[in-house]
Design a protein around this ligand. Structure first.
Ligand SMILES: [Mn+2]
Length: 372
């Protein structure tokens, strides 16, 4: 059994108790990891709110592994009626996983996160339980939005991981090297460093490609004068780091340098604006105003940032339309950008942790205008 994040279980149990939910059932990898500390295949995990226990109804192949890599309090092995078993774990038999669940949860109000189950799974669970289930999406997000100390310790390392990745990318960037060669090398290096996942499509966007916020590393070779935007996403122990830097390979066009300084000013101001009590839309407005006042408003075509954790893009959004109040414990990205087709683009992104007094930046690479 791995070390357990008790703070997380207590917090979530408190939220669910207040909502009148007795059992939270999760089936997706991410929420299984959130509740049990690790993923388990072909299985489900349920939180007994009153007892504060996390329990697994697990596939026969996964029981032993689950006992080693999760912090589950109880492991029940789900078996089909005919299957023979002598593995040492308590068993629950059923025609399928949900039928077996109905034999464990014979009463009580059951919540499932509707945003993470298919319609078919929802139908199967409600039918098997023979009673109404309720949507727990909001409750899970309310808990997941605020990182625990345990999660923060991991995310500090996620920040160091993407720092390492971008630093590596900058050191191997020179004329004639392709975007894809850089991305492939960095992927490999980040795995060696300790990443458990690296995004399939790392963004290495050079020259005119940098005007595309979500460019994917291509066979284009780096050329003198190119802006190069690196936006890397990778995780440590399931928690993502996300960071973007734009550097220049030799002296760029004047307007690119000007754009860089505007984006930097907007980014620094937005990071400074992050503190408990401010609305996420207000943080967005700080960055947007600086870019608009400089005359580039129509080229800032996305929101200023997002929550991050077990998923790259989590609530809240730092956007015009999201009025979430920033709270201590959130981890957010701050990433304004300007993109001009036919010229190029600039984005600067940091990942920040919100503590009592404001933003504590977890990604630490230099962001001053840099020619390499
Ligand atoms: Mn991001």
């Amino acid at each position: 059994m791995v070390r357990r994040d008790i703070e997380r279980i207590k917090k979530l149990s408190g939220i669910l108790e207040e909502a009148g939910i007795d059992y939270l059932v999760v089936l997706d990898d991410i929420n299984i990891k959130y509740l049990a500390g690790n993923t388990i295949d072909y299985s489900l995990v349920f939180l007994d709110v009153k007892e504060g226990t996390v329990n697994g109804l697990v596939n026969i192949m996964e029981a032993e592994r689950a006992s080693q890599v999760t912090w589950l309090d109880n492991i029940y092995v789900y078996l089909r009626p005919q299957t023979e078993y002598d593995g040492g774990y308590e068993t629950v038999r059923g025609e399928n996983l949900y039928d077996a669940l109905s034999k464990v949860l014979t009463e009580g109000r059951v919540g499932i996160p509707y945003d993470k189950v298919t319609h078919r799974q929802y139908m199967q669970i409600s039918e098997a339980l023979g009673r109404e289930v309720v949507d727990a999406t909001e409750y899970l997000w309310r808990a997941r939005k605020i990182k625990t100390r345990f999660e923060l310790d991991i995310m500090v390392k996620s920040g160091e991981l993407v720092d390492f990745g971008i630093h590596k990318a900058i050191t191997i960037s020179k004329e004639g090297v392709t975007e894809k060669e850089i991305a492939d090398t960095v992927k490999c290096e980040m795995f060696k460093y300790g990443a458990d996942r690296v995004f399939d499509f790392l963004i290495v966007a050079s020259g005119l490609n940098s005007a595309n916020p979500h460019w994917r590393a291509s066979n284009k070779k780096l050329e003198e004068g190119d802006p190069i935007t690196f936006d890397f996403v990778a995780s440590i122990n399931g928690y993502f780091g996300d960071e973007t830097r734009t550097v220049f390979l030799g002296e760029p066009k004047n307007e690119l340098k000007k754009i860089y300084e505007i984006v930097l000013e907007a980014q620094v101001a937005a990071v400074e604006a992050v503190e408990p009590g401010v609305k996420t839309s207000e943080v967005d407005a700080v960055a947007r105003k600086i870019i608009e006042d400089a005359g580039y408003g129509k080229y800032f075509i996305h929101s200023t940032g997002h929550g991050i954790g077990l998923e790259v893009h989590e609530p809240p959004r730092l956007s015009k339309t999201d009025d979430t109040v920033v709270e201590e414990g959130m981890v957010l990205t701050v990433e304004p950008g300007i993109y001009i087709h036919g010229l190029g683009g600039v984005r600067i992104e940091d990942m920040v942790y919100v503590d009592k007094s404001g933003a504590r930046v977890l990604t630490k690479l230099n962001k001053a205008y840099t020619i390499i």
